[in-house]
Each structure stands twice: as C-alpha cells, then as structure tokens.
Design a protein around this ligand. Sequence first.
Ligand code: OVV
Length: 395
Amino acid sequence: MLTPDSDADPFDHANLEDPGPLHEKLREAGPVVRLARYDTYALARYEHVHAALTDWQRFQSGAGVGLSNFRYEKPWRPPSLLLEADPPHHDAPRRVLTKIIGPRSLHRLRDRWAAEADALVDRVLDGGGTLDAVPGLAEAFPLRVFPDAVGIPAEGRANLLPYGDHLFNAFGPPNDLVAQGNPRIAGLSAWVNAQCARDVLTPGGFGADIWAAADRGELTGEQAPLVVRSLLSAGVDTTVHGLSAVLYAFATNPAQWQRLRDQPSLARVAFDEAVRWESPVQTFFRTATTDVTVDGTTIPEGAKILMFLGAANRDPRRWDDPDRFDLGRDPSGHVGFGMGLHQCVGQHIARLEAASLLTALARRVTRLELAGPVRRHHNNTLRAWRSIPIRLHRS
Ligand code: OVV
C-alpha cells in the first residue's frame, strides 16, 4: 500500500490552537501517514499508537523522543535517564522512582495535600470566587505541594514552569516557540540542576529518597541528580495542564460537575477522563530500530515516528462519542500517560493532586461557570490553557 503523505505542520499555531481537525485527517488518511515537511511518520489511530508504545524494541526512546535524533544531533541538555533511554539502562532509574513515588509511598501525603487543597479553595472563595483558574488553581496547587514533596526550597520554584514549558517545546521542531524560550533556558537549567544536588534537598522528600537509593547502590552518584531532574522536569507543567483540563471540562459540563458532587469518589475517574479528553501531553516521537511494517506500510530504520496520543484518545474506533467528557465512561486504557514500560511513573502523584483539589472544590462549590473568554497557551507538546476565567458558586 502507498503511504499517504501530508504537508500539514502539527506544530503550527492553527493546529496547536485546535488540533482536532488535523487529528481526524491523520486518523482517516490511513494507519501510517508520512509528514513530508519533517520527513517523519505519524500514527494517530488508537490501535497503532498503543501497539508502538508497547513495542520498545522496534520503537526506541534512546535516540530521543523529540523530532531531533540524538544519533546526528547533540541534545540541548544531557538526556533523561528515564524518558530518553531504553532497557537495560532505563530500568534501574525506573525501578527506583517507581518505589519512591508509587501509591504506597504517596499515602502519607494524602491528608497533607487534602488540607492544602481545602486551604487554597477557602482562600479563593473568601476572595469572592471569581478568578483565573490557570494561575489561581491549576498552577497554584502543584507549585504549593509538589516542590515541597520533592524537597526543594521555596525560593525560585516558579522557575519550574518556564523550564518545563521550554523542555516540552524542545521536543518539537526548532520553531518560534523554541526561539522564544531560548534566551532564558541556560539560566533556568542552571537553577533546576542546582536543585538536584544532595545538599539542597530536604530530608524526607522524594529527592532525598533518590539519593538514599544511590547510597544503597541502586543508582550511581552520577545518576541520582538526573533522576531528581526528571521529577522536576516532568512533574509540574504536565499536572498544571491536567488540572486546567479538568477544571475547564467541569466549567463547560455542569451536569458532570453535579455528578461528581453527588459521588465525590468519582474524582479520580474524572481526572483520567480529562486526561483522555484533553491529552495534556499530545505527542512524543519514537525512532525505528529496524524497518518496521505497520498495517502494510514500511517505516525505514532510523525514521522518527510521531505518536499522536491526543488523536488516539479520541479515536472513534476505540471510544464511543470520543469528544464527550463523560464521568460515566471507563477511561482506562487511554494513552494520555503513555503505555508500556515508559508509562508515566508520576501518574499517582498527578491523580492525588487532582483528587485533592477536586474533592476540596466539590465539597464547597455548586457550580463552576466560565466568567470570560478562555485562551489557549501554545506549546509544541502540551495541550494547555493560558487563561480560564471562572466564577465559583459557594454552596
Ligand atoms: C515524561 C517526561 C517529560 C519531560 C522530561 C522527562 C520526562 C524527564 O525524565 O526529564
């Protein structure tokens, strides 16, 4: 079969503003579409995205999960030991983090994060309840609880947002978004890297736990700071945009909010449904380790393949009425956290943050209502909001 070609640019501003039409075009054009302008291949159907994500032998991460191939181009920062690595190198860092931020370890944060969420929501309601939900809730809550849990000082933690924003832009082509971030990135990187040192990290935090694993011989002393860097890289912007997504979903679907209020234990399902619906991480690349034939189309060895997680999460072949945000569906199996051996190691942190905040809101707020025009934030990888003006109605 001849592979369909597309001259679309998934990273141009029109597609970043509203990727839905491009996703549909790619899904319908065929199982594999060649993106001519980047000389790469696109997978946009659920079945094939899922299959490629779970086939790390043929779809590797070690040559980078951005457009740039580490075989030919020097990465802008030392590669992540988790995200940009394959077995066997990937496995020790993954094992260490899985234990440190797994559901059992997070249990002790539950009450503290619930109290922080209660306090934040009380503050917002005492201030009248009309606010921009992006800075006021979606950024404020993770920045309040996550850096403390890692164990970094309060000073400078707002640097994590622009650092992450640039990092996720840098997985795409070197376009205007990357150029905009370039002037600040050396300073932001230096600050982030400094937070990964053993003597900066407070005892009892995830960062100190990573260094303790190094002391036990589970990681080397060179690996430990890079594993801390992964937490600081992947742990903030992703959850911020995930929280924005779920807040926007509820503001525009009041019946679903009522459903959550009636049954607060739906908070976790609600967050996963929002991750499916919005796919805060839209795309990652893989690299073919060999000629690989997908449904009759051969992708050549060394080619970059762009996985459209967001398109897969709304593939009508897999999901009924995929554009609906619906607490009644079972969103499990979505690829918003990836799939396979790289599947988001921090997903339990994200779910706990979301459940804490949604539970605090559900107890106090009868209705979330849009209070002005919403604005998207464009990023080469992230589906994000710049502004979600809302009015919270106190119960
Ligand atoms: C999933 C993800 C995104 C960005 C950075 C990293 C991981 C990392 O390991 O540094």
